[in-house]
Ligand binder design. Structure first.
Ligand code: FE2
Ligand code: FE2
Length: 418
């Protein structure tokens, strides 16, 4: 008995020393770079198919986990829901980051009921699972809903951007999706920056799908000498493959409850996307159209005019009656009124640029900008309800700093701005 106790005490001391060493290592590795483990992390929901009947999830593990699984079940109030869960095997993709190799896993849950709360979890099929996470499918018809929009996070992501995400979730806990208008991070292939981004947004994106646009900071010149998107982009986001050729998962669209959401890639292939968008919006059954991309049509800071983007895309927005364009890149909050490229007053498009992170720019805005607010971190809460779309630009502390409403009556569109 005595020797057994002594033995267990020695074991305990040994275990404590190991734990101390492990926690030191964990701190160092977390600080240096968010190393992958057997446990799923960087869990992000998205849509790659019909939002009323499906959703997709991606997550990351170390390469020791060679298979991944998702499980899903309709949510109940009792704890016995697990028994009815069904399992889907994940697609596994090995990718190499500047901090070493990792596995990206992705599943798409299909055949779901509309407007229904589910619980899902992801893991290795035995011990290493995420928690059960609630997720609500879209209604099959147009229904009022709220979504979030963030401008560039980019720098001091962990230290100064995370608070903006927290306040956004507190303000709009029922938000159904979140748009990121590019420059999510600062240096395209720096995996530790992606670690900060996922840490700061994980509570949101486990339940609220991400719709990211790709910014110039997600591009870089790799060892091969060619400018290309970060190696992290495609493994970590499962996005629709319905855009222009050569822009897979950076140019795409999703229809959600009466709104067509379109992501464009303003870094390359502008003409190809203009033609693609024109065809896409020729037959659009949705009442509202929201387009988002990184480089603003109307710049909010000096010397940053994106004439090529404006000339390529604004005529399509005008012709197809795009309601709202959401941009980043200029590190200010800046919006127009309903404007058209030909100076007309019928219809028109509202252009908004915003910033959620810590980097800020000064300078003179394009004359089309009606409202500009500088040196402030923002998130936007946007509500679509029948004939009205309302945007609130809220500061990091949650104050409404700007708001407007677009109202549609028949073919006419009018702006109410405060
Ligand atoms: Fe930026
Ligand atoms: Fe940018």
């Amino acid at each position: 008995m005595f020797s057994a106790r002594l033995h267990s005490r020695r074991l305990w001391i040994g275990a404590a020393a190991l734990a101390a060493a492990a926690s030191l290592f964990a701190f160092q590795s977390a600080h240096a770079g968010y190393a992958p483990s057997a446990l799923p992390d960087r869990i992000v929901t998205t849509w790659t198919a019909e939002p009323a009947a499906s959703f997709s999830v991606t997550w990351r593990t170390s390469t020791a986990v060679s298979k991944g699984f998702g499980e899903i079940v309709e949510a109940t109030d009792g704890p016995d829901f697990e028994k009815a869960a069904r399992r889907v095997e994940a697609a596994v993709e090995a990718y190499e980051t500047n901090q070493g190799p990792a596995h990206a896993h992705s599943v798409t849950f299909r055949g779901l009921k509309p407007a229904t709360e589910y619980l899902y979890r992801v893991g290795d099929g035995s011990d290493a699972w995420s928690e059960w996470i609630p997720f609500r499918t879209a209604a099959a018809q147009p229904e009022p809903f709220t979504f979030l929009y963030f401008g560039d996070a980019q720098t001091r992501i962990r230290s100064a951007w995370s608070r903006v995400v927290r306040r956004a979730l507190e303000t709009a806990p029922g938000a159904r999706l979140a748009i990121h208008a590019g420059d999510l991070i600062n240096n395209y292939d720096q995996d530790a920056q992606w670690g900060e981004w996922h840490e700061a947004s994980s509570a949101m994106h486990r339940s609220i799908p991400a719709m990211p646009a790709i910014g110039n900071h997600e591009y870089g010149r790799g060892a091969e000498g060619r400018r290309r998107p970060t190696v992290n982009w495609r493994p970590q986001f499962a996005l629709p493959l319905n855009g222009a050729a050569g822009l897979e998962e950076t140019n795409y669209f999703v229809d959600f409850q009466g709104v067509r959401f379109v992501a464009l890639n303003s870094n390359e292939k502008l003409e190809e996307q203009a033609a693609w968008l024109d065809r896409l919006l020729e037959k659009n059954p949705n009442r509202w159209t929201v387009v988002f991309f990184h480089h603003p049509i109307f710049s909010g800071a000096r010397g940053r005019d994106n004439q090529r983007v404006r000339e390529a895309w604004q005529p399509v927005f005008d012709r197809r009656g795009v309601d709202l364009v959401l941009n980043g890149h200029d590190h200010v909050y800046a919006r127009t009124r309903l404007v058209r490229g030909d100076g007309g007053t019928e219809g028109g498009t509202m252009y908004v640029t915003s910033v959620s992170g810590a980097k800020m720019y000064d300078g003179k805005a394009h004359p089309a900008i009606e409202k500009i607010i500088r040196h402030t971190q923002f998130f936007q809460v946007i509500r679509v309800d029948g004939d009205a779309l309302t945007l609130e630009a809220r500061t990091a502390r949650g104050e409404v700093a700007d708001s407007f409403r677009i109202v549609k009556r028949g073919g006419a569109k009018r702006l109410i701005a405060r």
